[in-house]
Design a protein. Sequence first.
Length: 161
Amino acid sequence: MSASPSLPAADDARLRRRLDPALLAVVAVALALAVAAIVIAARSGSEAPAVFPPDSPEAVAQEYFAALDAGDVASAYALLAAPYRREVSQVEFGDRHSFGPYLAARRVSLRDSRVEGDRAFLDLDVQTSWGDPPGDPVTTRVRMVLTREGAAWRLERPPDI
């Protein structure tokens, strides 16, 4: 009463053919869920702001946007290089770059930074929402150029946003 050796092998092959598509479907669904979780986490903006050394160009850029977002035009203006401050008054700067209640939210992401001697170049993605209630965010790619004045980094010009 021994079973034929070919029957279990045939049953096993049939079973593998039935499980393989099911296994592939399970793996595909798990992969899709993992990718969706990563995308949602990346878009949620829940991560804390990066911390940069206080004397770095990145920290100056961060301080500039924080000052503007807080409505502190004087502090943002103080982070601009002397040649710009000679050509544009603080009042003119505030009129051009202070958005008051119209700015609902701003998120700045550093894409790249490099220092070449006494100049630094920061490539940023600036995501901005306007209005009350806030509208859909708009992302602008910005290059900030900073120059060293003494021991401090200063923005050569405010970014066009």
